[in-house]
Write a new protein. Structure first.
Length: 126
């Protein structure tokens, strides 16, 4: 029997592919339309499940389209990344933990990203 883990995609790869298809679209897409933009072999039911999970996470909005739904992203890629970062910080119960996480995040930034962050923070305080 083949190893099931050997065929598994990395976590989030399918969600990222589905979001990329939605970002590239000119309007809402049904699961079947999303399926046609993805690599062959992915079942429509799998795409529907991914879209439902993205909807539960607030990453996509849906509207009725016939008997099913059509989906649109709620944010662009940078907005979604920022929201994920906020979500991770909100999971921390103690202010001390938030401080530690933010300090470690900043300490691991490249020189370029650190300068950019400083510029953004200084721009917000004026």
């Amino acid at each position: 029997m083949p190893d099931a883990n050997a065929e598994r995609r990395p976590a989030g790869e399918l969600e990222a592919s589905v979001l990329a298809a939605l970002w590239a679209a000119q309007g809402p897409l049904t699961p079947a339309e999303v399926q046609h933009t993805l690599p062959a072999g992915l079942a429509r039911t799998t795409v529907t499940t991914i879209l439902s999970r993205l909807h539960e996470k607030g990453a996509v909005a849906r509207t009725r389209s016939g008997r099913g739904y059509a989906y649109t992203p709620t944010e662009d890629s940078p907005g979604l990344t920022a929201r994920r970062m906020h979500t991770e910080l909100e999971k921390l119960e103690k202010e001390e933990d938030r401080s530690t996480v933010l300090a470690r995040f900043v300490s691991q930034l490249s020189d370029h990203d650190e300068r950019l962050l400083r510029e953004l923070l200084e721009g917000d305080s004026s």
